[in-house]
Design a protein around this ligand. Structure first.
Ligand code: WT7
Length: 655
């Protein structure tokens, strides 16, 4: 089968950065020139400029044993020192590192000096529990400062953390503890979500209930942060209160350096098999690209900006753009514990107004849910401090992009659509906000020093104007170094498809436009084949979202006797339209609309108006489940859904 993906949607709007923005931006066109002249030298310069090295490196990239890379291999650094002590030593100890807002409305303002002292205590605590270099520590916490403190404390003692998203079940937690053979779990009694305390400790207890089987033997202690204040069951000798341990711990702790390739963390991400896939990231290269992208793509100016990345610490975005990147840069950031709609739908905008947030980094799924509620909610707040907006996690449809810029960004903020993955560790493709004229819906250009391409099934570059498979053609500093305990799976999953060329295959479809700018087209597993045409879910979804009545849409290919596959769409309407139109009438309108916008080939055979879409806990639509519904099959495994009830509601609506 041809890997060419047909291109249907045209988007011609362009937004050049204002002269005012460009004048103050960290990133300039010169970075691209420097990187093009000497890629490895460029990254070596970045590593030296942006980080403190206890032992300077002399080697840049060692690619003698691909796909196992070493960056800055003979250098030594302390990730924690880079995120903490050096800012205090430079006289910035009084600068606020974290502006924490709990869901109930409690707040904490933590300076760099305070954060450094807390991390030193936590590092002493870890060492008192016998945790040191290479030990695995699982962190299962809500979005509270202790999550960041725990991560940095692990980094400080050279231990490897594995953050498990607090929304995951006891089973998911157990399989991750097993796989990593964790020695310690750091959790909380609970955290606030939707106005209630959502307990965490019981899931840890359950995950460890079968001690004596497998890797459960390895967990020696469970350290519990008090947050929700609810009663917890207690296992003597195993369970310890975080506050007791920190009270006893000294606030003196020297940041020892570790080799650049010392593993920093494991982060589990979904794979095709049930076995969790532990993506491994190391220290020097990872931190280099994390800081680089915070500085040049998110344009953070540490002395003036208030940055807010809304991602949970349980995802890679929370690692690179909450824990490591902003802190290594010395930035001030907001951290919010709860859900966007608690206690009222304007909570996020209230936070932007209250803290004067200047840079907001969030996901298209959140933006579309705000579109669904309507602009009257954000318009009640003063959002004028915002000067840059970022998007990550999925393709952002042009209409959502425009809405984000106009309604949240007051029609003036550049938008950076950042493409990357858990595996890439940091942003890979994105406009540079003071340089690039942005195009709504396109992530556009690889970063300076990053080399990507769009190729056909054989690995041949496609010409501009065509679609195919997105690959990374050269190793990059923050690349994953492997899959925990499974080097074959690493090679097989990411490097086997284009083994001859030595390309990393990302699993995404993409298109290069006439300017060579990159448009992400969704996961290749989701591409449909209609009458021999390969159509991208993203483009048809974008056409649907471009209709004024639509808030969100998911498109799948369903089996069809005539066309092979047929386009089936699941659509969420904006609340204001539901009141005045019938779902049937709107479905008919939308079929005509798609036909007009992108052509009859893309016209959905069926459109189902639904109230929700099935999403993973990180907000990605699970099209596999919608395909089951569209084909009339029994719906497959729903355990990774954020809300497992959603599929039964959709199935009932469709019937
Ligand atoms: C997949 C990676 C990146 C950190 C959060 C998600 C999709 C991500 C974009 C974007 C189009 C995007 C891709 C990618 N994706 N960002 N800007 N435009 N698609 O990390 O859970 O590892 O997911 O998310 O499909 O492969 P992840």
């Amino acid at each position: 089968m041809s890997s060419q993906i047909d291109h249907l949607l045209d988007e011609n709007r362009r937004f050049a950065p204002s002269a005012e923005f460009a004048a103050q931006a960290n990133g300039t066109a010169e970075l691209y020139e420097r990187a093009a002249a000497d890629r490895e030298g460029f990254w070596a310069d970045q590593a030296r400029e942006l980080l403190h090295w206890h032992t300077p490196f002399t080697e840049v990239l060692d690619w003698s044993n691909p796909p196992f890379a070493k960056w800055f291999g003979d250098g030594e650094l302390s990730v924690a020192y880079n995120c903490l002590d050096r800012h205090v030593e430079a006289g910035n100890g009084d600068r606020v590192a974290i502006l924490f807002e709990g869901e109930p409305g409690d707040t904490r303002r933590i300076t760099y000096a305070e954060l450094t002292a807390e991390v030193k205590k936590a590092a002493n605590m870890l060492e008192s529990l016998g945790i040191g270099q290479g030990d695995r520590v699982a962190i299962y916490l809500p979005m509270i400062p202790e999550a960041v403190i725990a991560m940095l404390a692990c980094a400080r003692v050279g231990a490897i953390h594995s953050v498990v998203f607090g929304g995951f079940s006891a089973d998911s937690l157990r399989s991750r503890l097993d796989d990593a053979a964790a020695r310690l779990v750091i959790t909380a009694d609970g955290g606030y979500r939707k106005g209630k305390v959502s307990p965490l400790k019981p899931a840890v207890d359950q995950a460890l209930a079968d001690r004596g089987t497998g890797a459960q033997e390895t967990v020696e202690h469970v350290v519990v942060v008090r947050r929700g204040g609810n009663d917890v069951a207690w296992t003597e000798d195993r369970d310890l209160w975080w506050h007791d341990l920190l009270d006893q711990a000294s606030a003196e702790h020297e940041a020892r350096p570790f080799p650049a390739e010392n593993p920093l963390y494991i982060l589990y991400t979904s794979g095709t098999t049930g076995k969790p896939k532990g993506v491994v990231h190391t220290s020097g290269g990872y931190l280099t690209q994390a800081v680089f992208t915070n500085k040049y793509i998110l344009d953070i100016h540490p002395d003036t900006d208030v940055f807010w990345c809304t991602a949970d610490i349980g995802w890679v975005t929370g690692h690179t753009y909450v824990a490591y990147g902003p802190l290594a840069l010395g930035a001030t950031q907001v951290m919010y514990e709860g859900t966007p709609e608690t206690p009222q739908p304007g909570r996020w905008w209230d936070i932007v107004q209250k803290y004067g947030v200047t840079i907001l980094y969030t996901a298209p799924t959140a933006i579309r849910s705000f579109m669904k509620q309507g602009r009257q909610i954000p318009q009640q707040y003063d959002l004028s401090t915002l000067r840059l907006l970022g998007s990550v996690g999925e393709p952002i449809n042009p209409e959502a992009w425009i809405w984000y810029r106009d309604i949240i960004g007051g029609g003036k903020t550049p938008i950076v659509d950042t493409w990357w993955q858990t595996e890439t560790g940091a942003t890979m493709i994105a406009p540079m906000p003071g340089v690039t004229s942005t195009k709504p819906g396109s992530a556009q250009v690889p970063l300076p020093g990053i080399s990507v391409d769009v190729v056909d099934e054989q690995g041949n570059r496609v010409e501009n104007g065509n679609g195919g498979l997105l690959v990374v053609t050269e190793p990059w500093p923050s690349m994953l170094r492997g899959v925990w305990g499974d080097p074959e799976r690493f090679t097989e999953t990411y490097w086997a498809k284009f083994a001859d060329q030595g390309y990393y295959f990302a699993g995404d479809g993409a298109r290069k436009d006439e300017d060579g700018d990159i448009w992400l087209l969704g996961r290749v597993d989701d591409v449909m084949n209609v009458s021999g045409h390969r159509l991208s879910t993203t483009e048809i979804e974008s056409a649907l979202v471009a209709h004024e009545a639509t808030a969100e849409a998911a498109v799948v290919g369903a089996k069809d006797d005539t066309t092979g596959e047929a386009v089936v769409a699941f659509v969420i309407l904006k609340e204001s339209y539901l009141a005045v139109h019938t779902p049937e009438g709107l479905a008919t309108q939308l079929r005509v609309w798609v036909s007009e916008q992108i052509g009859p080939i893309a016209r959905p055979r069926d459109i189902y108006i639904v109230g929700e879409l099935p999403k993973t806990r990180s907000g990605k639509i699970m099209r596999r489940l919608l395909r089951d519904v569209a084909d009339g099959r029994e719906v497959g495994d729903t355990t990774t859904l954020a809300d497992t009830a959603v599929m039964s509601i959709i199935s009932a609506q469709v019937k």
